[in-house]
Write a protein that binds this ligand. Structure first.
Ligand code: VGL
Ligand code: ZN
Length: 208
């Protein structure tokens, strides 16, 4: 069965020096490039927020980044401003081999709702269209890597499983933000969701 690689949010703002830096975020670039080289089909996702996005702490008086607030669609962690449309922070990491991608899926572009998952916005009901794209093209197995393991990769893997796709998370090609234990939680939730956890070596084969 043909699998497709989904490389999640490998953008400057999620790398050291960026506005929502994931520790070691830039270290995923090399392993993800190895995966891109090995996969005939690649999708990239790009966190793509308008200025003043509802997930930015800066727009909520008296709130600080990493606090959780209640929004109509559920709890929402507030973040530093990040991945603002058209800014250098929203660009892919310059060393990511982005040219091979068949689809760049942008998400989080509606001011009033966040979108961690590549499949649904954070109400977990508004589709991004990715499921239809994958089904139309006959893909039933997705391989996920990128940033951050405990948010956008996790939620994408959970939704993939919920939608009936096989899902593999390549853990050494991911890094976590780890907000209040969310990294450990991610592993438990991935297993519960029926996602496989693999390494780059498992997928591309270790050189002899
Ligand atoms: C992400 C927090 C906010 C991610 C995106 O890519 O994991 N996390 N926006
Ligand atoms: Zn975001």
């Amino acid at each position: 069965m043909t699998a497709i690689l989904i490389a999640v949010d490998i953008q400057n703002d999620f790398c050291p020096g960026g506005r929502l830096a994931v520790p070691g975020g830039d270290q995923v670039v090399e392993p993800v490039n190895r995966l891109i080289e090995a996969f005939p089909h690649v999708v990239l996702t790009q966190d793509w927020h308008p200025e003043g996005h509802g997930s930015f702490a800066s727009g909520h008086a008296g709130r600080a980044p990493y606090e959780t607030i209640a929004l109509p669609y559920g709890p929402q962690i507030l973040w530093p401003d990040h991945c603002v449309q058209g800014t250098p922070g929203a660009d892919f990491h310059p060393n990511l081999w982005a040219n091979r991608a068949e689809l760049v899926l942008r998400k989080g572009y509606r001011r009033e709702i966040d979108s961690y998952s590549a499949f649904f916005e954070n109400d977990r009901a508004t589709p991004t269209g990715l499921a239809g794209y994958l089904r139309d093209r006959g893909f039933r197995r997705v391989v996920l890597a990128g940033l951050a393991l405990d948010f956008c990769v996790l939620w994408s893997a959970e939704d993939a499983r919920r939608l009936g796709f096989e899902a593999v998370v390549v853990e050494d090609a991911c890094r976590a933000l780890d907000v209040d234990g969310s990294a450990a939680d991610a592993r438990r939730r991935l297993t519960e969701a029926g996602a496989e956890i693999a390494t780059v070596g498992d997928i591309v084969g270790v050189p002899a």
